[in-house]
Design a protein around this ligand. Sequence first.
Ligand code: Q9C
Ligand code: ZN
Length: 341
Amino acid sequence: MLTIYSDDHRLHHAQGEMVGGELQPCFEMPARADHVLARVQAQQLGEIRAPQEFGLAPIARIHSADYLVFLQKAWAGWAAQGNSADFLPGVFPARHMRAKRPDDLYGQYGFHSFDCFAPITAGTWQAVYSSAQVALTAQREVAAGARSAFALCRPPGHHASSDVMGGYCYLNNVAIAAQAFFDQGAARVAILDVDYHHGNGTQSIFYERADVFVANIHGSPSFEYPHFLGYADETGAGAGVGYNLNLPLAAGSAWDVWGAALDSACQRIAAYAPDVVLVSLGVDTYKDDPISRFKLDSPDYLRMGQRIAQLGKPTLFVMEGGYAVAEIGINAVNVLEGFQG
Ligand code: Q9C
Ligand code: ZN
């Protein structure tokens, strides 16, 4: 399987995140991608290639113009105000307020965020831009006839919606790649999100569309991040009714429960008969993940890949979360190896 990877992910390395009232090292760190790349090499998964340049146009198919301008310009504006530390938002247009986009940078950051877990640093734009190019390059490979490809994206993307960032995510790599399939002639696309956290951004982007079936298996929002989306009764809206599947699971879920949910999701995907399957590949379902409460073990990721392969569809794997850094490579590449059989 071809892997697409860019060193540009290193340009995004924020100083910290708030955990239990204290600033701690970011869970979403450059070493994550290093470990996945090292495992791809160690297992001789296949060629590793740098991304091609597809520019902003395929990104702008998913994200709004004002959001993209903010992301590109935010650091320069923040630095011009005399700041050198990470830029973070603090005020959001929550219920009972007015979601009118303000003129000032700090207000715009809150307008374009749903939490404080997507810091902007000097290199953030280049890193997230390249992460999207990684997804688009792998997408081309699958569109050209490959059975599968692996987009080793960092930063991840599935929490980002059309104009709102959060949860370590800025550009929704899997959504950008899904739209690229349509723009190259696909008629129906399925997205299977196996990250521990509900992919709220991906769900929201495609919620009213019948040509994208989105399936999510995740810790229930009744107890888990992102807290405000991901319940089972969210099945789509308008033309998209029936094309969104949420399978929220309880804390402590292990392979018996998780694998059964995967089987349900795969049955629905098979019935949908998509041209292509995109997998939002988060491995934060791992038993020792520092921010998660599922109990998958490393061999379970081989089974995950095997079940996805049974769909018999061209498949694009897009890296999302996973914070047990020492094991992230083993677990992510196990999915790919299980898929290859
Ligand atoms: N105690 C992905 O896996 N955590 N994002 C907030 C609050 C944010 C996860 C924790 C988790 C974001 C791509
Ligand atoms: Zn996650």
